[in-house]
Write a protein that binds this ligand. Structure first.
Ligand code: HSE
Length: 310
């Protein structure tokens, strides 16, 4: 294996929770994505080079990509050192899996460089160490779709049990209001106890969503995009949330909600024209309250992380 060789990958943004599936459902999107390059290094351990303006920590144990790579290196004792160059396009704290893209992208790229010694579940396990750095807990609902592509169900993380779900063609509109919501904060405000009647609604919706995706039943998908547990608590952190939701549905969206822990909001539509109408509604909500924001109209990414150069 040449020590000069380098691998460049694109790691996609992801939408965790998919409204009703807190910590268990997520999907990858085609835009935005991070660009990362990895190569062997004579310097022991992990060396991080930032090519973007986010000033993320250079100490590997404090950096999500670094922490994920350190976990991988523990199981690859023959490797002396790795250097990772990160060009983030997914803004940290935006709610579309920025930390997962860094962590998952780093370990997938390293695995390719090393000749594929690890399985996808191994890579998810390593990458979850990055999520722990970012939010204090290991969750895989951004990492799994980032690595596997498409829509994934994380039935369990200990032990890992990841199921790839089929999905009909879906267009995704995302709005990112320019405020920061830290995942750790958005998790700390959640109730630790829930009512049985709410749990019944929630698991009905999760089962309905999974069935709707498998059966390509858009109406069932739309009806199931309801969250009675998390959204009522978290949505207060996101200005304009109720308006965006109502106006998007009125414009023809199947439904949607908070992307991950926010502040981004996503909406699913059957066709591109509707997804673009939804984007206009999002603009008008945030223009009216003078809140800077970015939007994306994209589709579900079925490939996950892709190699662009090797
Ligand atoms: N499931 C996690 C949460 C995703 O909602 O806290 C964070 O991106």
């Amino acid at each position: 294996m040449s020590q000069q060789r380098s691998i460049t990958i694109h790691a996609p943004a992801t939408v965790a929770n998919m409204v009703c599936g807190f910590d268990v459902l997520g999907f990858a999107v085609n835009d935005p994505y991070d660009i990362m390059k990895i190569r062997f290094s004579d310097r022991p351990g992990v060396t991080i080079v930032n090519e973007d303006a986010y000033n993320l920590p250079l100490e590997p144990e404090k950096n999500v990509a670094g922490a994920a790579l350190l976990a991988l290196l523990e199981e690859a004792p023959d490797v002396k050192g790795l250097e990772i160059t990160i060009n983030k396009q997914i803004k940290p704290g935006s709610g579309v899996g920025s930390s997962a893209a860094s962590a998952a992208g780093a370990v997938v790229a390293a695995n390719i460089l090393l000749g594929h010694p690890f399985s996808k579940p191994d890579l998810v396990r390593f990458a979850m160490n990055g999520e722990k750095v970012a939010s204090g807990v290991k969750h895989a609902d951004n990492i799994a779709p980032c690595i596997y592509g498409g829509v994934t169900l994380i039935r369990s993380i200990f032990p890992l049990d990841i199921i790839q779900l089929n999905a009909p063609p879906l267009f995704v509109t995302i709005v990112h209001p320019q405020i920061e919501v830290r995942t750790a904060d958005a998790r700390s405000i959640l109730k630790q106890q829930i009512l049985l009647k709410d749990a019944i609604k929630q698991w009905g919706n999760i089962a309905g969503l999974v069935a709707g995706l498998q059966q390509q039943d858009y109406e069932l998908i739309g009806r199931s995009l309801e969250d009675v547990l998390i959204e009522p608590v978290r949505s207060i952190l996101i200005p304009g949330f109720d308006q965006v939701k109502k106006r998007s549905r009125d414009a023809g969206a199947l439904g949607g909600g908070i992307s991950g822990s926010g502040p981004s909001i996503f909406m699913l539509s059957r066709d591109e024209a509707t997804a673009k109408k939804v984007e206009q509604e999002m603009h008008s909500v945030y223009d009216a309250i003078n809140l800077e924001h970015h939007t994306y109209v994209t589709t579900i990414n079925s490939n996950g992380i892709t190699i662009t150069e090797q």
